[in-house]
Design a protein around this ligand. Structure first.
Ligand SMILES: Cc1ncc(C[n+]2csc(CCOP(=O)(O)OP(=O)(O)O)c2C)c(N)n1
Ligand code: SF4
Ligand SMILES: [Mg+2]
Length: 288
């Protein structure tokens, strides 16, 4: 029997997100993507940080790990290196990924391990009651910035392009079939697949709700965008905030971390026999 989204749902009940939260769209898209690829739930690890969206592993019947705020990517990378046959999906918030975890974001893209990094980009720190995140537009009034945020927002897709990330995409939580297709493409991609998702926070970022994005979102594929053209990708990426194109901006093949390192040649570390490894030569080489 073909798998369905419910095969990836455990018995923990419904997520406790606010009614209408964009995280429901991401959850549905992920589960549908898994089902459409017929992935074995036992062969998926969902790794998150700390935040509203980062609570997601509670409600997935897959392996799951809720880590520290800003640190899901190093843990996800470690999981992938230990067992590179595992489908590793890292789900972070924009605070997780573009605030405290910005260093990991940049270096993760450079490293190009074969995993999917999904960011629920709601422009706020939802879990801690709506402070401005790095993607909030300059001047946004929040509880932590009552006079408007003084800093200009970052554009994470432009940052990704600057380090030659091998898969750069944006999805929209209000378009679940499109997002599911993007996630499938990200899983199939050999390398680091970065997917920023416009994720309305209906409680703390009311100005960036569904009505706002509905008029500004358009599909790159339908607009004839060529994802091999880096210059065209930068032009599309720079359209925000007037327009928010969704789809794949840029994609290329390049060396995948775990395929190039000699220690992984004999297979995933988790499967390698470590009972009879002779380390005397290493001791001789490195002892003084
Ligand atoms: C090291 C550390 N600093 C701060 C916090 C407090 N904290 C928890 S969640 C969060 C922000 C979450 O925002 P985001 O990552 O955007 O996720 P969202 O809740 O919006 O989904 C913060 C600052 C923490 N848990 N750990
Ligand atoms: S506070 Fe915002 S991000 Fe958090 S659950 Fe509610 S709507 Fe979603
Ligand atoms: Mg957030």
């Amino acid at each position: 029997m073909p798998r369905t989204a419910s095969d990836y749902t455990n018995d923990a009940g419904k997520p406790n997100w606010c009614p209408g939260c964009g995280n429901f769209g991401i959850e549905a898209a992920l589960k549908n993507a898994f089902a459409q690829l017929d992935l074995d739930p036992d062969n998926i690890a969902l790794v998150s940080g700390i935040g509203c969206g980062a609570n997601s592993p509670y409600w997935f019947k897959t392996y799951g790990l809720i880590t520290l705020h800003g640190r899901p990517l190093p843990v996800a990378t470690g999981a992938k290196l230990a067992n590179h046959n595992l489908n590793v999906i890292c789900w972070a918030g924009d605070g997780d990924a573009y605030g405290i975890g910005m260093g990991h974001f940049i270096h993760g893209m450079r490293r190009n391990a074969n995993l999917v990094y999904i960011i629920g980009d709601n422009t706020v720190y939802g879990l801690t009651k709506g402070q401005a995140s790095p993607t909030a537009k300059k001047g946004t009034i929040t509880p932590s910035t009552p006079f408007g945020t003084p800093d200009p927002n970052i554009n994470p897709l432009a940052l990704a392009l600057s380090v030659d990330c091998s898969f750069i995409a944006r999805g929209y939580a209000g378009n679940i079939p499109h997002l599911a297709n993007l996630i499938k493409e990200g899983i199939r991609h050999k390398g680091f697949a970065f997917i920023d998702v416009l994720q309305p926070c209906v409680t703390y970022a009311k100005a960036q709700g569904y009505e706002y994005y509905q008029n500004l979102v358009y599909d790159l594929a339908q607009a004839g965008h060529d994802f091999t053209d880096k210059k065209a990708a930068l032009e599309r990426i720079s359209e925000q905030p007037d327009k928010f194109p969704i789809g794949v901006f840029y994609k290329k093949e390049r060396d995948v971390y775990e395929y190039t390192q000699p220690q992984f040649k004999a297979g995933p570390l988790a499967k390698q026999d470590i009972m009879n490894v002779d380390i005397t030569k290493l001791f001789e080489q490195y002892s003084f």
